[in-house]
Design a protein around this ligand. Structure first.
Ligand code: 5GP
Length: 192
């Protein structure tokens, strides 16, 4: 998605440790006009998949998922990062290792919000090592719902997450795939 790549080039900051900072438009301050373009692009890609629900993970996936959901006219469910494994006793749960914070936590979704006849689209801001997406895939699998695919805003193609999740047969559509980035020069190269 050209508009997104331009914005990453203009406002993205490459940090040490393979971290791309895009907090001026994506995951702290949010550019809602850009989110609308992103949502429409996800709709173009997954619009014929019969999506009944969008699933994301708190916190930074929620804004993008919420704007995207308007174009699908379906509810958004976000997996909660939790200490206590229970909301009303009935939850699906899985473990995620945080790329940016380097710790492991549980994510949970109430069973009443993921049903076997749901067709679920996963949405997240970043794909790095794939742990967040793997955790979301497991929640969908445990629920018996159908996973139609994953829409990612920025995939870091030089990390293993994309190959891992696609290798499991999941359709992953990333709107910008970073091929390489350099924290010394700030240069960001995209995959075509
Ligand atoms: P993964 O589980 O694929 O390793 O990482 C995905 C999660 O880590 C995303 O939900 C995102 O919040 C965070 N993340 C991974 N890489 C980056 C990055 O380069 N920049 C930012 N801002 N967040 C990232």
């Amino acid at each position: 998605m050209e508009l997104l790549k331009q914005r990453i080039r203009a406002d993205g900051l490459v940090k040490a440790g393979n971290v791309l900072k895009v907090d001026s438009f994506l995951n702290h301050q949010m550019d809602i006009s850009l989110f609308c373009e992103i949502g429409q692009e996800f709709k173009r890609l997954f619009g014929d998949c019969g999506v009944t629900k969008i699933l994301t993970i708190e916190a930074s996936g929620i804004g993008i998922a919420a704007v995207t959901a308007q174009f699908f006219n379906v509810p958004v469910v976000f997996a909660k990062k939790s200490q206590s494994k229970n909301i009303d006793g009935e939850v699906f749960t899985s473990r995620v290792e945080s790329f940016t914070h380097g710790r492991v936590y549980d994510i949970i979704v109430s069973k009443k919000f993921l049903l076997p006849d749901d067709r679920v689209l996963l949405i997240d801001d970043f794909l790095a090592k794939g742990s967040a997406l793997e955790g979301l895939c497991k929640l969908v699998e445990d629920s018996g719902a159908t996973l139609v695919g994953a829409g990612i805003v920025i995939e870091k193609g030089f990390q293993e997450g994309g190959a891992l999740i696609r290798g499991r047969g999941v359709r992953v559509e990333s709107l910008a795939i970073v091929e390489s980035m350099d924290d010394k020069t700030g240069e960001i190269l995209f995959r075509d």
